[in-house]
Every structure is written in C-alpha cells, then in structure tokens.
Design a binder for this molecule. Structure first.
Ligand SMILES: [Zn+2]
Length: 443
C-alpha cells in the first residue's frame, strides 16, 4: 500500500512549516489540501506560506486556480491521487498538508464522504444558512408544531424549547426540500454499510493548540494580514466583481459560500468597502466601521478554527477508528500550544515518528505523546454527532408525574439517564412501592 504523511490542524499552528520540515528530513514534496490555497495569487487572504519560507520544497496543487473557478472535493481527490502516484514513483514521500479536513478525509478514505456529501451534508455543516425572517417571527411553540408535521423524527430529537435547533431543521427542509432526518440517515447508512476503507497507509500529524493560547495568536494574525496588504487583495477582488470579470459561483442564496468567496475576510469587510466605495461616511465613522469589520474577521477566524477541531474529533477520528483496517492510518496529536517549544514538541517528534513510518519500524503509541494527546485521542471522548442525534429517543417516565399530573417526558438518552438517577425519580419509585404494598395489605 502506498505511503503518505499528512499534516492537519487549525489555522495558525504551523502546519505548512511542519510540512516543509518533514519534506526536508525525509525527502518529500507537499500536496496542498487547503481549499483556499489552490487559488492563484491572493497570498494573504488565502494564508499561503511565503515563498522564501518554503525552503525549496516543492508544493503541488497550490496557486493554480482562477478566482471564479470552483474546485470540488472530487476534483481534489483525483488530482491529489495522481500527484501521490507520481511522487511515489519518483521515490519522494508525499506530504499532504491542509486545513480543509473534508479534502483530507476524502483522500484518505474510500466511501467516507464523497457520494453523500454534495447535497445535504455540506449544507448541514454550513455555519451560516440563509436567514428566514418568516420563521424568526414565529413563536417557538408554533415552530415546533410545524416541525412535528414536517419532520417528526427531528422534532422528537429536539427539546420543544430549543428554538435554534428547531429553526435549523426547518431551514434544512425549506431550503433543501428534504427532511434533515433523511439526510442524516442516508449518510449514516452509507457509512455503516461500507465502513471506510483507507486508500493509503498514512501517518497523520494533528497539530493542536489550546484555544486559549491559539485565539490571541489568530487575532494577531488578522492584524498582520491587514498590515501586509489584505485590503489590496480584497479591493482587487471587488474590482473584478464590479467590472463583471468574474461571476461569483452559486445563486444568491449561497453566494460567498462557495469557492474563493468563502475566504475569511472577504465578506467580513464588505460593509467597510461598500462604505468606502460609496463615499458615504466621514472619516471617524469609517474607521469605526473598519474596526467592527476587523473584529468580525477575527471572530470568524476563531469560529473556523473551532469547527476544524470539531471536524477532526467528530468526523475524521471516528472514521479512522471505524475503518476496516485500523492500523493503516495512525493519528498523532502534537502539542503546538507553545510556539517557543514548537521545535521540540512538534518538529522533532514528528520527524522521529515519520522516520519510523518510512522505515517500516514499530510505531510509537500515539497515547504516549502527553496528556492532551491522551485525552483527545481517546475513543470515548469523540462521538459521531450524527449517530448520536439519530440514537436520541424520547422517554416517558413510567412512574413520575408532573405537578399538574402530566406525563414526564425526557428528551434524549442522557436526560433520561440523569432523570433515572434523580431524587425525584427515586422518590416516585418509593412512593409507587409503598402504594403497591398498601394495595396488597388492603386485599
Ligand atoms: Zn421518573
């Protein structure tokens, strides 16, 4: 089986740097798996590693696409696979580096996402669905009864007061024309039937940084991007849009959610540049707006980093652990929280592991790489969110009654477990027993 190394993790943890270091130490070349870095130019908004830092290591699938084009995950998979074959033929270690986790996952595993991805799942994952003001205007109880009619399975899953989740499920239905429960079920069935089959023998390095340490770094990086010319790139892109030189892919509904246009920064600064272009604000108001947009971009960056970690924990790791041949892919978490210790904690450890991998020697236990690794790589700590959602069921307690004498319904297994341990429930059981006894005595 062909061997590759893979570097994953959030933005701002030194993935590109580790990629270069691995290539230097092991004789390899980089395959980019970042959906934004495939675009030509625009180095700042796409976060490309500056050329001089690449130290002569060759990067593939980077810097080749025009901004109005889209690069689908299927295309990435095909191109990256070809590239891997070519590199292996040349006795080079392919090192896949990327922040676009579903690119990485679809490359590493057969049947894991590709087929069921495009329509529903992408949408469900999308952080910002199109708002539906007509729903926002309704009472939560009205929304809930609507959902009960449309998608009773999802209605069963959510607590009737969980407005946010209820609206989300309704949005899925109104905007995709399909029930959310069907979409989830489809993907789950698909995964269960096929399991996931690894396509390569791979060692994955997951560079992880404690969010408390990472977030200030991400904020600082946004400032640096602005200082080094982010606005010029945004202006250039806006200019092309105004001139009609590019067509932003997608319909109005999903504009800025596809291709390059989802790059963090472009839409966050839209209000600022709109004001600049229309010359509608005085200097003070303009700099106020600029500050607000900067904050938006920082918040979006932090959210993105959070989602990247969630993806790894909820999707990638369960796939690795549920795969048919579990030892083909090994995941090592390296602690990139402290940049001053990066060389020891990240670079040296990764090279050591990768050398063992390359030489077919015995691989170290990923659990031995510190406390964070132990915690994050423990199977019980990760749950496939979607499976969990589907397994949620309501429980009607057979003994308890509310103050009004109504049934007591617990929404979800966890809630039910908690209820069963509660004093209320134990008291009800005691009460029931006492009554039963009394009944016997009376008879
Ligand atoms: Zn009870």
């Amino acid at each position: 089986m062909q061997k590759i190394a893979t570097v994953i993790g959030t933005t701002g943890v030194g993935k590109s740097q580790l990629g270069v270091e691995l290539c230097k130490a092991l004789g390899g070349q980089i395959i980019n798996a970042d959906a934004m870095q495939v675009y030509r130019g625009l180095d700042i908004i796409t976060n490309k590693m500056p050329f001089h830092e690449r130290q002569g290591v060759q990067h593939h699938l980077m810097d080749f696409l025009d901004c109005e084009e889209e690069y689908k995950v299927t295309e990435f998979k095909k191109d990256a696979t070809q590239c891997i074959e070519k590199l292996i033929h040349e006795k080079q270690l392919p090192v896949v580096v990327g922040g676009t986790n579903y690119y990485v996952q679809s490359l590493l595993y057969q049947n894991s996402l590709i087929k069921d991805e495009p329509q529903g799942d992408q949408y469900i994952r999308s952080p910002s669905p199109e708002p539906m003001p007509e729903l926002d205007a309704l009472q939560t109880s009205e929304l809930y009864s609507r959902l009960q009619e449309i998608d009773p399975i999802m209605a069963n899953k959510w607590h009737p007061s969980n407005r946010r989740k209820i609206i989300r499920s309704l949005q899925v239905f109104y905007q995709l024309g399909r029930k959310q429960s069907d979409i989830i079920k489809e993907q789950k069935d698909h995964l269960q039937i096929h399991g996931s089959q690894s396509r390569f023998k791979s060692v994955i390095f997951w560079l992880y940084a404690d969010p408390q340490k990472l977030n200030p770094r991400l904020d600082e990086r946004v400032n640096t991007m602005i200082d080094s010319g982010l606005f010029d790139e945004i202006k250039q892109l806006r200019h092309q849009v105004v001139q009609g030189q590019v067509n932003i892919p997608g319909q109005d509904l999903e504009k800025y959610q596809r291709g390059l246009w989802q790059a963090i920064g472009y839409k966050e600064f839209d209000p600022y540049f709109t004001a600049v272009e229309s010359n509608s604000l005085d200097h003070e108001k303009l700099s106020q707006l600029r500050m607000e947009c900067t904050e938006r971009m920082k918040a979006a960056t932090r959210r993105y980093a959070k989602r990247q970690v969630q993806w790894i924990r909820n999707k990638l790791l369960p796939t690795v652990w549920n795969a048919q041949q579990q030892n083909d892919v090994m995941v090592y978490l390296l602690d990139a929280s402290d940049l001053t210790e990066w060389d020891t904690n990240v670079r040296q450890k990764a090279i050591e592991v990768a050398k063992a991998f390359q030489a077919d020697e015995k691989m170290p236990n990923p659990q031995d790489f510190g406390e964070i690794a132990k915690t994050m790589l423990t199977e019980t700590n990760t749950q496939d969110t979607q499976s969990r959602i589907l397994s949620w069921t309501n429980h009607i307690c057979p003994v308890c009654k509310s103050e009004k004498g109504d049934q007591v319904i617990l929404y979800g297994d966890i809630e039910w477990e908690q209820h069963r341990k509660s004093r209320w429930h134990k008291k009800s059981i005691k009460h029931q027993k006492l009554q039963a006894k009394r009944q016997v005595n009376l008879d």
